[in-house]
Design a protein around this ligand. Structure first.
Ligand SMILES: [Zn+2]
Length: 249
């Protein structure tokens, strides 16, 4: 589930991302009553097995719900929770139709699992916590996730050669209008891109989410700008910042 909104006296409208039907909305009736048959199962970020009734309107009705994965540890970590909300928001904005993208569903589940595994749950002992890795709620991991979403949407920036002229060397800038990196001769409408930012984008697209690369904050800032300008230019989508200010600092 991506999001849940109060509706009427006791209902909720759920924004769902499904493997087979893309993004759908459904109403869960009476879910806010104390003795709802859904109990606490219909919460944002839960992975659910839902029975949905299709009526005449666009809105489906939830008739049954089972929890597949609650990501319980993620819920006790404010930063992981914030990162999960941003991940779900990005999926909802980039994939807002009923066109199925099962790979996007899998990618989101993977992102939530990683946030859950690496969350700093106070009830876990230090040995139990993966210490070899930075927090999955970092800005770098959020940007790697966004780049993979762009790839799934057919919006991945061109990185192999200059998007203006095809030159493979001296790629020094990024141009959303051209659709990727540009060389020194084509940089008129671009902004400068550090080698670290270039490497980050190439690695993030090629590696699994669990092995997402890292880069200095200045390079990550350039990556975030490249993503934001590409999405605005080619999909007219604006995303929230990849991470909260507290996570960047
Ligand atoms: Zn060029």
């Amino acid at each position: 589930m991506l999001r849940s909104l109060r509706y009427g006296e006791a209902d909720r409208i759920l924004h769902l991302y499904t493997p087979g039907r893309g993004r759908v909305s459904a109403i869960a009736k009476g879910v806010r009553r104390a003795r709802s048959r859904f109990g606490g199962r219909l919460e944002p970020f839960f992975r659910l097995q839902l029975d949905l009734h299709e009526g005449r309107g666009e809105l489906l009705t939830v008739t049954g719900a089972q929890t597949v994965e609650a990501y319980a540890r993620l819920r006790s970590d404010a930063r992981a929770l914030d990162a999960a909300a941003r991940a779900c928001d990005a999926v909802g904005r980039l994939f807002e139709t009923d066109e199925p993208h099962p790979n996007v569903f899998n990618l989101l589940c993977r992102r939530l699992s990683l946030l859950d595994e690496h969350s700093s749950d106070v009830s876990r002992s230090a040995e139990d916590r993966p210490a070899d890795r930075r927090s999955a709620s970092s800005r770098a991991d959020a940007l790697a996730f966004r780049l993979k979403l762009m790839l799934a949407a057919g919006l991945a920036p061109q990185l192999g050669a200059c998007a203006g002229c095809g030159e493979r060397e001296h790629l020094v800038g990024f141009s959303a209008a051209s659709g990727g990196v540009v060389c020194g001769a084509c940089e008129a409408v671009s902004f400068p891109l550090d080698p670290d930012a270039y490497r980050f984008m190439t690695d993030a697209l090629g590696l699994p989410l669990a092995e997402a690369p890292d880069a200095p904050q200045q390079a990550l800032g350039q990556v975030e700008r490249a993503i934001a300008e590409t999405l605005e230019h080619h999909a007219h989508v604006r995303l929230m910042p990849a991470a909260s200010a507290g996570t960047i600092a």
